[in-house]
Design a protein around this ligand. Structure first.
Ligand SMILES: [Zn+2]
Length: 319
């Protein structure tokens, strides 16, 4: 009986793989460094190594599911380009995996699949309309409407981090200005901290970063906030307010019932981000829409993408 899914989470720094059952239990797992700089052939070889390491009895494997950085074509299973995987351009990951392993393979955008994972096995269980946001180094997401992932025309939907929040805001990595990501992602939080320190603000952030501004990350700012630092708390509170405006836009556009927030910054800075984002949502969204919507932390941690790949396989093969 083919009951297992081999799930892969392909990241710029790590390749993780797991053998999972259809109910979302992880039975075996492994992790390898991606060594993305070595190029697509080497990365693909390591994806294969990670899959073989967890496969177990091949006769019981149903399919392979891969969570990969976008933008990608989820139907054809092609990675179109990826800033974190140099050289992986128009890379036919689905076809190459199927050729190598003689099994069906399915590919999805990492944030989209994390949304699917949280929806089926995590904080969104039983909720038909849910939007997932990951707040970490960047900001991504996935939109679930009527229990299904909303993909858009080309499969690019759910770029929640690149909605413009401030038309006079800072430049984003995507080339746009004032994106939610440019205001509230880990790199934006770090930039705000550096700017404030350069302007002469006193803060524990400086000592935590060993007096080296280049060592300031979103994580460092969260650490300082937890230690009671005023500047760090101010920066996170402002980020929380911006995220709140992002939620207002998403609520007005999608009339969702639940926001699930994951990613390192959201989870570790929850106590600082939640009050301003919740207050912003209540204050600025239509009361009839915001009244019953909830904002909750994600439950699956780093496994959201792996489990989302299981959901992708289950749903693709049941159609
Ligand atoms: Zn952007």
């Amino acid at each position: 009986m083919s009951e297992y899914v081999l799930a892969v989470d392909l990241g710029g720094t790590q390749i993780r793989a797991a053998r999972c059952d259809a109910a979302g239990h992880i039975l075996e797992r492994t992790a390898l460094p991606a060594r993305a700089a070595e190029g697509p052939a080497a990365v693909f070889a390591r994806i294969g190594t990670s899959i073989r390491a967890v496969a177990g009895d091949w006769a019981r494997v149903r399919a392979i599911g891969v969570s990969a950085p976008g933008p990608l074509d989820p139907w054809r299973g092609i990675i179109l380009e990826s800033p974190n995987l140099p050289g992986m351009i128009d890379f036919a990951l689905k076809a190459r995996l199927e050729q190598e392993f003689h099994l069906p393979a399915y590919i999805g955008n990492d944030a989209n699949l994390a949304a699917l994972g949280e929806h089926r096995f995590g904080a969104g269980r039983g909720v038909a309309h849910m939007i997932y946001l990951t707040i970490s180094t960047g900001i991504g997401g996935g939109i679930i409407t009527n229990n299904a992932l909303f993909l858009g025309w080309r499969g690019f939907a759910g770029e929640v981090g690149h909605q413009t929040i401030d038309v006079n805001g800072p430049l984003c990595n995507c080339g746009n200005i004032g994106c939610l990501e440019a205001l509230a992602a880990g790199w934006a939080i770090a930039r705000d901290a550096r700017d404030a320190l350069r302007a002469g603000r006193a803060s524990a952030i400086r000592a935590i970063a060993h007096d080296d501004l280049d060592q300031i990350t979103g994580k460092v700012v969260v650490q300082a906030a937890r230690a009671g630092d005023t500047l760090a708390r101010e920066i996170l509170e402002r980020a929380g307010r911006y995220i709140g405006f992002g939620l207002v836009n998403l609520l007005h556009n999608f009339d969702t019932a639940l926001f699930v927030l994951g990613g390192g910054i959201a989870i570790h800075a929850w106590e600082f981000l939640y009050p301003p984002m919740e207050a912003t949502l209540r204050k600025h969204a239509f009361p009839s829409m915001s009244r019953s919507v909830r904002i909750v932390p994600a439950e699956l941690g780093d496994d959201a993408g792996l489990l989302g790949a299981v959901v992708l396989v289950n749903e693709s093969m049941s159609q």
